[in-house]
Design a protein around this ligand. Sequence first.
Ligand SMILES: *[C@@H]1O[C@H](CO)[C@@H](O)[C@H](O)[C@H]1NC(C)=O
Ligand SMILES: *[C@@H]1O[C@H](CO)[C@@H](O)[C@H](O)[C@H]1NC(C)=O
Ligand SMILES: *[C@@H]1O[C@H](CO)[C@@H](O)[C@H](O)[C@H]1NC(C)=O
Ligand SMILES: *[C@@H]1O[C@H](CO)[C@@H](O)[C@H](O)[C@H]1NC(C)=O
Ligand SMILES: *[C@@H]1O[C@H](CO)[C@@H](O)[C@H](O)[C@H]1NC(C)=O
Ligand SMILES: *[C@@H]1O[C@H](CO)[C@@H](O)[C@H](O)[C@H]1NC(C)=O
Length: 395
Amino acid sequence: MLGWSRVTLVLAAAAVTCASAQQAPPWTENCRKSTYPPSGPTYRGSVPWYTINLDLPPYKRWHELMADKAPALKIIVNSLKDLVTAFVPSGKIMQIVDQKLPGLLGNFPGPFEEEMKGIAAVTGIPLGEILTFNVFYEFFTICTSIITEDKEGHLLHGRNMDFGIFLGWNINNNTWVVTEQLKPLSVNLDFQRNNKTVFKASSFAGYVGMLTGFKPGLFSLTLNERFSINGGYLGVIEWILGKKDAMWIGFITRLVLENGTSYEEAKNTLIKTKILAPAYFILGGNKSGEGCVITRDRKQSLDVYELNPKQDRWYVVQTNYDRWKNPLFLDDRRTPAKMCLNQTTQENISFATMYDVLSTKPVLNKLTVFTTLMDVTKGQYETYLRDCPDPCIGW
Ligand SMILES: *[C@@H]1O[C@H](CO)[C@@H](O)[C@H](O)[C@H]1NC(C)=O
Ligand SMILES: *[C@@H]1O[C@H](CO)[C@@H](O)[C@H](O)[C@H]1NC(C)=O
Ligand SMILES: *[C@@H]1O[C@H](CO)[C@@H](O)[C@H](O)[C@H]1NC(C)=O
Ligand SMILES: *[C@@H]1O[C@H](CO)[C@@H](O)[C@H](O)[C@H]1NC(C)=O
Ligand SMILES: *[C@@H]1O[C@H](CO)[C@@H](O)[C@H](O)[C@H]1NC(C)=O
Ligand SMILES: *[C@@H]1O[C@H](CO)[C@@H](O)[C@H](O)[C@H]1NC(C)=O
């Protein structure tokens, strides 16, 4: 199932719109203006904050949050089960997930194993299903990430978290089932040691990896999925077969946010560590020029593309395609994002105008769960739930 993401993306695309081009109205629009502070039909609401105390044993860290979010997590886990059962009606797969998956996946390093066990215990959801919930972000995260630098050398980092492609469609209101179910699970997390913030992140309750976050004063990091023939499913198979020298991509992002000490060190780790699935890491620092997109294969880095303000490269944009290749014609969010950044100009980049770019269709689309804005030097961190009312493209 896992290697199919790209093929299925195309099929889902064709099925939903009979392949009308995403670049044509009404799927696209003029660059939005004055959308910030968020309001109106593209703004679903705020995202609640929770503190995760890293001084607690991993098993206990998530209890308070998960006690609140268990009902929402059960809904999404059940719809994933329904999906699996729709494909393989015997119920055998879920039996394997519940009974065999924990054994198959074996031990996870660091705090992850105990954290997931703690989440299973407090929610009453079988560990195998919690593991599945944690693994599936390795594969279906379709996003847009942007780092900008203004004329004063001040950096901003923004991202749309797009998730839930092809995992079912609500025909009553034209939305993705999983995308909608993730909105009530979306949380802002303040990870603390000694009552002090270590890093902040936006995530989905029940997931212990991280895909979006920052370390105030030091760096910001987002992860976007990268589709590749040599894809994540191979990494998972190797993992199951016992070759455990690679890291899960959401877990390395968490590790870097939790224990990274500088932009340079974070960059080095993200370039060098073997990972289970190909990915793009979008990393911003705390001073001029510190912003890059790292294009990763499972074993190595293929490209590190950096800000270069002296040569007028005052932003980097990453969606889900290698920058040296054209995006899939059905899914070009890169060109509109760049066009709107160009229109904004370096003089006028701010949280407000970054939010404008991230609110312009199809950068904003029906998969968008939330938009995050990060300012490392000022320590500002904001996340907003999104909607994309019709007419709006599915991805
Ligand atoms: C700068 O951005 C603000 C906020 O979106 C907008 O109101 C203003 O017109 C922009 N100024 C220029 C010169 O584009
Ligand atoms: C669409 O319908 C689903 C299922 O009824 C619901 O959960 C979701 O909140 C709705 N979304 C919007 C944007 O109306
Ligand atoms: C953190 O703060 C709480 C109350 O705000 C206090 O009870 C606790 O002892 C503090 N913990 C540490 C490690 O300082
Ligand atoms: C970060 O480092 C601490 C101390 O070495 C360790 O206990 C913890 O597991 C590390 N965090 C992660 C996510 O690996
Ligand atoms: C920027 O990050 C470096 C580490 O990479 C740190 O030494 C420095 O204090 C930070 N600067 C500010 C202004 O926080
Ligand atoms: C944005 O501006 C740059 C620099 O002028 C230019 O090379 C690029 O083609 C523009 N991109 C779009 C999508 O307008």
